[in-house]
Every structure is written in C-alpha cells, then in structure tokens.
Design a protein around this ligand. Sequence first.
Ligand code: ATP
Ligand code: MG
Length: 361
Amino acid sequence: MKILFSGDGQLGQMLGASAIQHGHECLLYSTRSQQVKPLSAQLPLAMTLAEAIDWADVVSWEHEDIPAEVMTLAQHKFLMDPARIQRLTDRRAEKKLFDDCRVPTSPWQSYQSVAELEQLLQRSPHDLVLKAARGGYDGKGQWRFRSGDDAVALAAEAGQQAGIAEQLIAFDHEVSLVGARGKDGSMVCYPLITNVHRQGILSYSVAGATAIPAALQHEAERCFQALTDALHYVGVLAIEFFVVGAGDQAQLLINEIAPRVHNSGHWTMNGASCSQFDLHIRALTGMPLPQLRVQPTLMLNVIGVDGIPAGLWHHPQTSCHWYNKSPQPGRKVGHVNVQIDDLESAVGWVETWAERLQTLA
Ligand code: ATP
Ligand code: MG
C-alpha cells in the first residue's frame, strides 16, 4: 500500500521505516515547511500535498495536530474522522471525552478568562495544576497553584489563554498504556509501562520488568477500549495514567491520551516482538494484530545534548536511536533502549546515564 503521514519528525520517520519493512511505500508531509518529502532524506519532492494525497491509499499522522489543509484534502483517505482526533489537541475536549466515556480522570474545570480563573483559584479547596487548553507539551503551558499562593498574580499570567484547572494528584507513580485498535474493533495492548518525568519531560520508561497487578492492566485496557471505541479509532494510541495508592489499593486516573505512537512506547522498537510503529502500520493496512511478547527494557530519553556517547553505541545491551535534530535544552533528540534483567538494573543504568544524557534547561 501507499501511506502518507502528516508530519516528518522522528515519529514520522520511525513510522515510515516500519511501513517500508512491511513492504509498503511511504511519503511524509512536513507540516512546518508544507513540503512533501521522501523518507529519511530532507529533500522536498516536486509534488503538491494534493498530489501526494492522490498517490496515497491511506493517510495517517505522527501528531494529532493535523493541519486543516490535510484534513480537508485527505478526508476520504483517513480511516476515521480526523476532525475528532484534531479536536483532542484542546484539553477541554480531551477531558470531556473522558467524562463522556466514564473513564476516571483527575477532577477538572475549564476557565476562559483572567477573572474566571481568579475566582476559581480563590474558591478552590485543593491544590491545582493549570494547563493551557492548547499548545502545551513536555510540561509547557502549565502552572501549579498551592494554598497560600497569590491567586491574583497567577490568574493574571495563566488566564491569558483559556485552560483547565485540574486537581493536583498526589500520585504514587505514573504509567502508560500503549495499544492498537484494528479496523475490525480488535485490540492489543502492551503491559503497563512505568514512566518517570523530570521537569515535566519524560526522562525514562521501564517496561516488562515488574509484575503488573492483573486488575490494573485490566482497568487500563477497559479505558483503552472505551476511548478507542468511542473514537472509532484505528491505529496506535497511548494513555497516560497516574497510579494513586499502592499495592492492592492502587487505582488509575487518566492524565491524558495521545492518539498516535508515543514516546513511552519507544522501548518496543527493541523490547517487543512487534514495535508500536509496526503495530500502527498493521492496523492501518488491515493486517491482524499480533500477540505481543515483551522483554524487560529501559528507554532512556536523550534530551538537549549533542550526541550519544560512543560507549552506549557500542554496548551489547543497548540500542541507540538518534533523531538528527539540533540539540536545545529540553528538546528530545534521541533515545537509548537498554535490555535489562530487572528493575534494579534499570535503576543502575538511570543513575549512571540520565544526567549525562539529559540537559533539561
Ligand atoms: P507530554 O505531552 O510530554 O506528555 P504535557 O505537557 O502534555 O506532557 P501532562 O502530561 O499533562 O503534560 O503533564 C506533564 C507531567 O506533569 C505529568 O506527566 C505529571 O508528572 C505532571 N502532572 C500533570 N498533571 C498533573 C496533576 N493533575 N497532578 C499531578 N501532576 C501532574
Ligand atoms: Mg503527558
């Protein structure tokens, strides 16, 4: 088949590599330069977006912020309504979807103006996280409000744009579920992945290293099914959760969803029988979704540094992925997947490498 992806960043490249492995052809549409590009070479083709859409059998995306021109021209080439996906870039629509699907999420309210936010802050009995409705990523566009903070000053800053105020959750840890839904409604999910953030940016993920309580995995998959059924979704989607409480008392609260392949699923490139990118391609092209086998894996993000040290490129337990991006503090420029024996060995790798691989600010 011929597949066109909206977006030519690292996710588009990794999806494209997978498409080729499956015997498909692939083009990328750069949403920044509005050019059609072949996979891997930064060379624009003498082809318009309309011509690329004409060429394609199916159109998909690396990021849910699908440009209007792609949605309009490619309407008939998507496997689901792209407008429903694009709307999820607004946190208010995303939270409303959780409520409509009756999946648990942190309590929230929306605000439109400085005055409305000021009132909301003054009346809140809880500590809050404020999130701009649109445009936030890697913890950007967020503010914390704790009792005793200056509501007027914070509202004056955060209320410049519409947003949501969420209860600050005292979580035990964070996990994500990455899975895929096929055209026939079938679904498969990887085991829950443990994620650790530093300054709002995903620092590392650990997968397959601990026994996940069956009830938690089941509840996460129930949420996945409810959300993807409601969206008539086809492809890979990730759900980020807060785990509140520990042991038998642990409960999941959805933080947000990513209707696409996700950074916390990058470990699957080396740690699973089928990567999240392969899974997305299989779903798009109507192949059956396979059973998933996983090996204990650590994914360490490479953030804001100008290369991955040679020792990691040559280490027999690692697989390095470099995105060919210019480094800036806080910018994800690669990741390293590490075969681990257990959680303890993952912690050892993180202690040795995280600081060296990550310049956050
Ligand atoms: P990304 O797109 O990189 O996943 P983001 O900028 O979209 O991140 P969130 O995932 O909403 O934003 O928040 C980033 C991190 O901030 C979360 O992973 C979590 O660690 C913390 N956080 C967000 N919301 C809350 C909350 N309500 N309570 C406690 N911590 C929170
Ligand atoms: Mg997040």
